[in-house]
Write a protein that binds this ligand. Structure first.
Ligand code: KG4
Ligand code: ZN
Length: 355
């Protein structure tokens, strides 16, 4: 293993994160500034607040990481930064800082795709887990199944995805409708522990008839109707008692998990794929982790799920992905752009950095 020192910077949503990685797996220091408290009152991430917090915390986070790792900037081998997809203002804070540091310290800059970083987290977690593999990314902004190639840069090809809301977004919205607050994922998970997943008939609601993708918006409407009444709107009084809320949370969680497992395993069977990684904030969900572990054992699939702290946004995964790219010879110019969307693989291959 080489001793490449890679600085990772992540600011695409509401986590300000910086990490320093040596070689493949040696995390010298890791900083995650979670902005949950600043967004809680609004029940969701407010982009302007996220941008301001990134600007406030990024440089202190960077100083903290370099001090704890006891590494001087001149020893760095690369600066990796998330440059897509995400809240554009938030992504720009990280990209601008990374460019300034790369220029000031004369270091190679590597732009990292946030989805690729979530996928790479599973390779970071398991040294023996390598492409080709399937990768399910379930986060606040994305729900996508990819196949990861074993070429030099581990190119990804999307096989399936959500037709509307992302799974994490659905968790957050359902939690809001059930009066559980923000962030929704962990709250639904906790509340579901005391609930009956068969109380509401939602199990198959997230499986659109195309036999391939997911849809979470219908489930959200079903939760709205159960919680607030048909045609009453989101601000109508909550109709469910505490047990009803727990049952709705359990039924909701079961529907999401069932759909994700069902369609992922189907896609893998159809293509003879035997390795699968999970990533993204929703992969921190215990019910999801258990269901995939059981399905993988049943079907003889080798499954890699990163530890919880590497599922939610962090900079270790960005540094690790950046190091993978750097090893493959990737170096981006200081004109590296920030994008709110993920470029298609075709666009990347043709040299375009956006769609
Ligand atoms: O990957 P991530 O940290 O940020 C994005 O890139 O979007 O994912 C955040 C999402 C949020 O929607 C949050 O509610 C969800 O991940 N999440 C969970 C859990 N922990 C976080 N969803 C379900 N169960 C959890 N335990
Ligand atoms: Zn993420």
């Amino acid at each position: 293993m080489d001793g490449l020192l890679t600085l990772g910077i992540e600011t695409s949503c509401d986590e300000t994160a910086v990490a320093l990685l040596r070689g493949g797996r040696d995390v010298l220091a890791d900083y995650v500034g979670t902005q949950i408290e600043r967004h809680r009152a609004y029940g969701g991430v407010i982009p302007e607040i996220a941008c301001r917090a990134h600007m406030e915390w990024l440089l202190p986070g960077l100083r903290d990481v370099l001090a704890r790792a006891d590494v001087r900037p001149e020893r760095l081998d690369a600066i990796a930064v998330t440059h897509r997809p995400g809240l554009i203002g938030a992504v720009l804070v990280g990209v601008t800082a990374a460019k300034a540091l790369a220029l000031a310290w004369d270091k190679p800059l590597v732009g990292v795709d946030h989805i690729d970083a979530h996928i790479a987290a599973a390779r970071f977690a398991r040294p023996d887990f390598a492409p080709p593999h399937a990768a399910l990314v379930v986060s606040g902004g994305h729900t996508q199944l990819h196949f990861v190639d074993d070429d030099a840069t581990f190119t990804t090809r999307q096989i399936a995805g959500t037709l509307d809301d992302a799974a994490g977004e659905a968790f957050d919205k359902a939690a809001k409708l059930l009066g559980l607050g923000f962030p929704g994922g962990p709250r639904i998970e906790k509340t579901a522990e005391g609930g009956d997943p068969d109380r509401f008939p939602w199990k198959r609601t997230c499986l659109p008839p195309d036999g391939k993708n997911w849809s979470f918006s219908g489930l959200k409407t079903a939760v709205l109707h159960a919680a607030r009444g048909v045609g009453k709107g989101r601000t109508a009084p909550l109709l469910l008692d505490a047990q009803g809320v727990a049952d709705a949370a359990a039924s909701f969680q079961r529907a999401v998990v069932f759909a994700l497992v069902e369609r992922t395993m189907e896609a893998m069977r159809g293509r003879g794929m035997r390795r699968l990684s999970l990533g993204g904030g929703v992969a921190a969900n215990g019910a999801l982790r258990r269901a995939f572990t059981e399905a993988a054992a049943r079907e003889g699939v080798d499954l890699s799920i990163p530890p919880m702290g590497l599922c939610t946004d962090n900079a270790v995964m960005v540094a690790f992905r950046g190091a993978e790219l750097r090893r493959a010879g990737v170096r981006d110019p200081l004109s590296l752009e920030a994008f709110s969307v993920r470029a298609t693989p075709d666009a990347v291959r043709s040299g375009a950095r956006h769609i």
